[in-house]
Design a protein around this ligand. Structure first.
Ligand SMILES: NC(=O)c1ccc[n+]([C@@H]2O[C@H](COP(=O)([O-])OP(=O)(O)OC[C@H]3O[C@@H](n4cnc5c(N)ncnc54)[C@H](O)[C@@H]3O)[C@@H](O)[C@H]2O)c1
Ligand SMILES: O=C(O)CC[C@@H](O)C(=O)O
Length: 528
């Protein structure tokens, strides 16, 4: 039985598909302390979290069965993603489900700050009727600077234009076409901070965005600027904001997120009458919580059932149609990797992968991963998988070179794989042959045609009369049936390659006997 642990409060309505699956048992245990999570995590195949559970490297040390961590939301900063990758655990998120909620919350915060609504409400609650203190500003004709124009930033831009604002935007991945289609003016961060009346950030919190807005940027801003953060605490430096509020440079701030959450009871930001604070509520709508739970539950089921999934944050993301196009090559790639690994000694120092013909037009990153997995799992064991194979290669100091060439002179599609160790370089090539599926078509440049499956005896030898017969006799004496045979050579009497498909495993004794035949150069017992 597949077991899933839900360790944060997540909409049960959204989790429907997981809860209804016959082969999946779901344990809902929100709020467990780290110690207890460490004790039980080893029993689960999947972990589903929101933002409270901290998925630490320490916890992952105990997660011996875990295949996937699902985050019901966008930000994965509560998950140690590098540690998950190291353990070969897929991390998926639900990036779309709370976009509108967070964009609307940003807007609610902007309006609340501009019109001092929370302060006016608090005054009414105190029994006052004060119509002088709470004079606000209009959004109309103001300049809004958006830093980070992804899903949420773009929705904020649309709403701002409906309110008559001019929108400036900075995002390193913003194309001029996208900027045009969203009717925003592309600017640098410096231009934004100098020109905007309102500034809002919608980036993830990463090395490049930590303290993106700090003392220097506040110093460049217009007097009376208003600041919003509904993304992550730490993109705007709180200490610098506090100083800018004190000096009067900043006329208002609206914050949903903080450098430390929950904020301290005596947090200085609470003391400013012109600051509006909410406790990380951007995604807190009924709709968003159902949406993210549905999205993440569906994705977790796909990962657990080995079906294609799309929202992994530690894998190259590929739309489903593109993934379908490369699917046949995934099997071929892994088999070529396994074959090459069994034909070379250790340590592997370089892996060169070339894609020719049809496949060179496709997104090959997943194929490269399966090739690396095929090679590395032979030496590193089951802990190497699709998720961590590139990392294991890097950590092992293996140089990985990927290239694409156009049409191939012989094959409509071809994957070439060259594996180098300090003592040798070996090249295997494979194709997808319409009607015949994956085929190994060359070994060290010798033409062969073999299905990459089952057990094989692979030899290199000198092409001389009687070689095939002698090998056949040894295998026959060992009660090993030959299912298929392929011999490739370049010239009569020269070096040749033989690939024998065999029905049962050959003992090391049998392999040694073959190796002792005169003019046998190498013999390998291969299992694919
Ligand atoms: N308050 C909440 O409850 C809440 C809810 C959802 C999301 N969020 C936060 O909002 C963030 C944005 O969410 P999204 O769905 O729009 O994500 P997204 O990935 O669609 O957009 C993020 C954008 O930031 C841009 N970016 C990256 N580095 C940048 C940099 N150095 N400078 C400027 N832009 C940069 C990216 O190119 C991308 O376009 C999330 O990372 C999450 O932390 C908060
Ligand atoms: O789970 C939440 O409510 C916060 C979600 C939000 O910060 C996110 O990154 O998706």
């Amino acid at each position: 039985m597949i077991r899933v642990l839900v360790s944060d409060p997540i909409s049960e309505q959204g989790l429907g598909k997981l809860l209804e699956a016959d082969d999946i048992q779901v344990d809902i245990k929100p709020g467990l302390p780290e110690e207890e999570l460490c004790n039980i995590i080893g029993e689960f195949d999947a972990l589903l979290v929101r933002s409270q559970t901290k998925v630490t490297a320490k916890m992952l040390e105990h997660a011996t069965r875990l295949r996937v961590i699902g985050r019901a939301g966008v930000g994965v900063d509560n998950i140690d993603v590098p540690a998950a990758t190291q353990h070969g655990i897929v991390v998926i998120n639900a990036p779309d489900g709370n976009t509108i909620s967070t964009a609307e919350h940003t807007f609610a915060m902007m309006m609340a700050m501009a019109r001092k609504i929370p302060q006016a409400y608090a005054s009414i609650q105190r029994g006052e009727w004060d119509r002088k203190t709470f004079v606000g500003v209009e959004l109309n004709n103001k300049v809004l600077g958006i830093i980070g124009l992804g899903r949420i930033g773009a929705e904020v831009a649309k709403r701002a234009q409906a309110f008559g604002m001019t929108v400036l935007a900075y995002d390193p991945f913003l194309s001029p076409q996208r900027a045009d289609s969203l009717n925003v003016k592309q600017c640098t961060v410096d231009e934004i901070v100098q020109q905007a009346d309102f500034i809002t950030v919608h980036t993830p919190l990463i090395k490049e965005t930590k303290y993106l807005i700090a003392e220097r940027e506040f110093g460049m801003m217009k007097d009376g600027v208003r600041i919003l953060n509904c993304a992550r605490g730490g993109i705007i430096k709180e200490e610098a904001l506090i100083q800018a509020l004190k000096s009067g440079k900043v006329a208002g701030a609206a914050l949903d997120v903080f450098e430390e959450e929950p904020i301290a009871k005596d947090h200085p930001l609470k003391d400013f009458p012109n600051v509006v604070l909410t406790p990380h509520l951007g995604a807190s709508t009924e709709e968003a919580q159902i949406n993210v739970a549905i999205d993440v539950a569906e994705e977790i089921i796909k990962v657990l059932r080995d079906e294609p999934f799309k929202n992994a944050v530690n894998l190259p993301s590929l739309p489903a149609d593109k993934l379908r196009q490369v699917e046949p090559y995934l099997v071929l790639g892994e088999k070529l990797g396994k074959l090459a690994a069994q034909l070379v000694d250790n340590p592997v120092t370089k892996i060169e992968i070339s894609y020719s013909g049809d496949i060179s037009q496709l997104e090959v990153a997943p194929v490269t991963r399966t090739i690396l997995k095929g090679i590395l799992s032979y030496h590193h064991g089951a802990e190497v998988n699709f998720v961590n194979a590139p990392l294991v290669a890097e950590q092992s100091g293996i140089q990985v070179v990927e290239s694409k060439t156009g049409k191939h002179s012989v094959f409509t599609n071809l994957i070439g794989l060259e594996v180098t160790t300090p003592h040798q370089t070996r090249r295997v090539e494979g194709t997808i042959n319409n009607g015949f599926g994956p085929r190994i078509v060359r070994l060290d440049g010798y033409a062969i045609d073999a299905a990459p499956e089952g057990r094989m005896i692979v030899t290199t030898h000198l092409d001389q009369p009687g070689m095939i017969g002698r090998i056949g006799t040894i295998l026959g004496n060992g009660n090993i049936n030959i299912a298929t045979m392929q011999v490739g050579r370049k010239e009569v009497g020269g070096k040749a390659v033989m690939v024998l498909g065999i029905d049962n495993a050959a003992s090391s004794e049998v392999v040694r006997e073959i190796a002792e035949i005169p003019n046998i150069l190498e013999v390998f017992h291969v299992e694919l």
